[in-house]
Design a protein around this ligand. Structure first.
Ligand code: NAD
Length: 308
């Protein structure tokens, strides 16, 4: 079984690569290293440095490798960048995504698993936890562009027989998340607090998210290779945690008493969200195995091991 992972040098993609290798897949990674890193990619995986915006280059890789499965993770993921440069966001997430989709169709892949975002497509929730029937009304260009590819997948399933599954991830955290980026509050806070520094909260800290451990979303992706055809699944714990909860749990795990700095809230971010994964539980047989404390413990252990 050969699986091609776009964005496989990034945070979640590289964890998926490890999961696929463990499950016995041959793995090919396509990544332009714009935010990912070569060191994230297991030596057991083949690596191709290429942008998904170069359709000819991408097609050449697909034609050579002939993957059975494609897991599409490459994306422009920064919400604030999507606000300041929506053209670039749309280019990578829509045009790049369409390139991946068309290359997949051309070589006749068994299935394309596309990772969308439950945190950004729904907008401000009318109810919580949000299920897949909730209206889609994104508040940022990133949510719009990630959602757009879901429509192309459906269209090509109906017209060309493409087999696909969409996974809408919540706020994912864990090993290899970049603590120097703009997004990824847990990575940023863990890094700062391990150095004894005060993390900055944008807003009053009562905003909630559905924080889900990366190992759990990787498990969902592995299940989606064989199940849930032409369906959209929320993946998440269904539990709302505040940013203040994160600071408190990190203080607990690190044995510190660090107070956060409060700064004005940012544009384009929802105030509360958690995702209902009932459909994924019944159709994929997926269940999250880590609550916030268990996942944060593994995350802190990881950052400790790489800082030594
Ligand atoms: N991190 C989260 O909480 C979260 C939540 C919901 C959905 N997602 C989705 O999961 C996927 C992975 O996110 P992540 O958090 O691991 O981010 P990441 O930035 O660590 O990974 C994205 C990867 O894609 C690569 N990439 C970007 N543009 C590319 C291009 N034009 N061509 C080839 N490669 C390119 C980057 O170099 C990087 O390795 C994305 O599709 C994102 O939308 C993430």
């Amino acid at each position: 079984m050969k699986t091609l992972v776009t964005g496989g040098a990034g945070f979640i993609g590289s964890n998926l690569v490890d999961g696929l290798l463990q499950a016995g897949h041959q793995v090919v990674v396509v990544d332009d290293l714009s935010t990912g890193s070569r060191e994230n990619v297991s030596k057991q995986a083949a690596f191709c440095q290429e942008t998904i915006l170069n359709k000819d280059g991408l097609q050449a890789i697909f034609s050579r490798e002939k993957p059975d499965f494609v897991c599409h993770y490459a994306a422009q993921i920064d919400v604030r960048k999507s606000v300041s440069d929506p053209q670039h966001d749309a280019a990578v997430n829509i045009i790049g995504g369409l390139n991946v989709l068309q290359c997949s169709l051309k070589v006749g892949v068994r299935k394309l698993v596309y990772v969308s975002t439950g945190g950004a497509v729904y907008g401000d929730p009318a109810y919580i936890p949000v299920d897949e029937n909730h209206p889609v009304r994104p508040l940022c260009p990133y949510g719009v562009s990630k959602h757009a590819l879901e429509h192309y997948l459906h269209l090509h399933a109906v017209n060309d027989g493409l087999r696909y599954t969409v996974l809408r991830y919540p706020n994912v955290y864990g090993p290899r998340q970049n603590p120097k980026g703009e997004a990824g509050v847990i990575a940023i806070f863990t890094d700062k607090m391990m150095q004894g520094q005060r993390p900055t909260i944008f807003g009053d800290g009562t905003q909630t998210r559905d924080y889900t451990f990366v190992g759990d979303v990787v498990a969902a992706n592995l299940l989606a290779l064989e199940k849930g055809e032409s369906e959209i699944f929320n993946i998440g714990t269904g539990v709302e945690s505040t940013v203040l909860d994160i600071v408190e749990t990190l203080n607990d795990l690190l044995g510190t008493h660090i107070e956060p700095i409060l700064a004005p809230a940012r544009v384009g971010e929802v105030y509360r969200i958690a995702l209902s994964a009932e459909r994924a539980k019944s159709v994929l047989g997926w269940h999250p195995k880590h609550d916030l404390k268990a996942g944060l413990k593994k995350t802190v252990d990881y950052y400790k091991s790489v800082s030594q």
